[in-house]
Design a protein. Structure first.
Length: 486
């Protein structure tokens, strides 16, 4: 007897799904073929005085001109004069040119000698970019302010001299701080993936299993398992919340006063993401408290699902997408759906291995599932089919949005191969490719075999390795999002 899909009444046909996946994969590559990358990220365009220049007259200010707006309240410009003596300056402020240009004004014009300028600026995406340059004042004279306070032509009496070009901004963090930042982001990503995977299992996979007539005992065990994992995911996000704030203050110099901390939390996109993270935690806790591991408390599960819907907005507000001046709407939308798709796939996969398969093994099969020619699909096959449906859609979404994100963040092959961000992205793509290859093997070989011989051992090892690669993807992603884009 032919095993049929009890939900649709039709024989299993993976070919149509495979064709759709190929079409979506080709569509995902369209952004690369359509246009070149956009200049979206914060970099120092020029300064007054220029790097390595010789001034024939004194100056009374430093002006920095960036490719995007920066946050003057959380930026710093420090100047040291001859002999390393600190130069007294006023506060960092915007110029008349707008929020992409900041300056400091000296208490008195510069004396002859060499000067070193160290600066840091908070970019819209939450990354702290830094740089250093030097200039030389050759003779004392009356200070000549930069024309209009802007960074146009070099100031009067300024001459370019040979030397290395001005330092490009980089995320210059101590090794311990960078490790803490990556580790915190990894915890946050794992928690987010589990959060989204739980919502997908609860509101998609379990409903498909119910319509397919799967054993109620299996569904009850799965509900209990994802409820417990919901508390674990909430704990991970709770641990990450204060650590993210601590890491950000360290990146800003670790000496924020009350007004600067308030500015960070209430007047930046990064701060909006932090408060949204807290909101997700509160809603998730309320939802899980009202929900039940046996499937009751539907209102609680609905609140939890609402928190999961909000969760992908957090990295959109605190990551590279928010620095995409002129393309922020596209970048943030693409990143939102990228995080959502990755969470549904990777989080759901972890739960399939950690909750779904043990629930099937712990439940005796129904009588109609036994025998040489069963009349319905075995429970394990139904579970894998239900998750495969969700995983295929999620992977297609990840491929499409991942292509858009890479196009916007990298832009050129040179940036892909010649920057730390690009090389980390290549590593992520390699690990994702490994996970996808295993997933394809499970979908094409293991899943159909389960309909005839429901042996959990045939799926356990490849699914577990795929889930481990998924956790590895999240680790590389943590490195990626903590790295300044080129």
């Amino acid at each position: 007897m032919t095993v049929r899909n009890v939900r649709t009444g039709r024989g299993l046909n993976p070919r149509s799904s495979q064709r759709r996946l190929r079409l979506l994969s080709l569509f995902a590559a369209a952004p690369f073929l359509a246009a070149a990358g956009l200049p979206l990220h914060t970099a120092l365009e020029r300064s007054i005085p220029d790097a390595n220049s010789v001034l024939e007259m004194a100056t009374d200010r430093i002006v920095l001109d960036f490719t995007t707006p920066v946050d003057a309240a959380l930026s710093r410009i420090t100047v040291r004069g001859p002999g390393g003596t600190p130069v007294e300056t006023g506060p960092v402020e915007y110029t008349e040119a707008g929020e992409d240009q900041i300056r400091v004004v000296f208490a008195s014009p510069t004396a002859p000698g060499p000067y070193q300028v160290d600066w840091q600026a908070l970019a819209p995406d939450g990354h702290v970019v830094t740089g250093t340059f030097v200039f030389l004042v050759s003779a004392p004279a009356q200070a000549q302010p930069a024309p209009g306070g802007g960074a146009g032509a070099p100031g009067a009496g300024q001459t370019e001299v040979a030397g290395s070009p001005q330092t490009d901004p980089v995320a210059a963090e101590p090794a311990l701080s960078r490790t803490m930042d990556v580790g915190t982001r990894w915890l946050q990503l794992i928690g987010a993936a589990l959060f989204l995977g739980i919502a997908g299992i609860r509101f998609d996979v379990l409903r498909v299993l119910g319509r397919a007539g799967a054993l109620p005992e299996v569904r009850t065990r799965i509900r209990g398992g994802i409820w417990r994992f919901g508390w674990f995911a909430t704990f991970l996000l709770l641990v990450a919340l204060p650590l993210r704030l601590w890491n950000q203050t360290v990146a800003l110099g670790g000496e924020l006063d009350t007004s600067q901390l308030s500015h960070l939390l209430f007047q930046t996109g990064w701060g909006a993401g932090w408060w949204l993270h807290l909101t997700v935690l509160v809603l998730g806790t309320i939802g899980l408290t009202l929900a039940s591991p046996r499937g009751l408390g539907e209102r609680g599960w609905g609140i939890f699902a609402g928190a999961a819907v909000l969760l992908p907005l957090v990295p959109a507000l605190q990551g590279h997408a928010w620095g995409a001046e002129g393309g922020r709407a596209l970048a943030a939308t693409s990143l939102y759906f990228h995080v959502a798709g990755a969470g549904l796939w990777l989080g759901g996969l972890i739960l399939l291995v950690a909750v779904g398969m043990p629930a099937v093994r712990a439940t005796p099969p129904a009588p109609e599932e036994l025998g040489d020619e069963p009349s319905v699909l075995p429970t394990l096959a139904r579970l894998v089919n239900a998750f495969s449906r969700l995983a295929l859609l999620s992977v297609a979404l990840v491929l499409l949005t991942g292509a858009i994100n890479a196009w916007m963040n990298v832009g050129t092959i040179g940036n892909l191969l010649g920057s730390a961000y690009g090389r980390t992205l290549l590593l992520k793509l390699a690990v994702v490719a490994g996970a996808l290859m295993l997933g394809f093997y499970n979908w094409r070989k293991v899943r159909p075999a389960l309909a005839k011989r429901p042996d959990p051992g045939a799926l356990r090892i490849p699914a577990t390795v795929e889930a481990a690669l998924g956790i590895g993807v999240l680790l590389v992603t943590a490195f990626l999002v903590s790295t300044a884009a080129p």
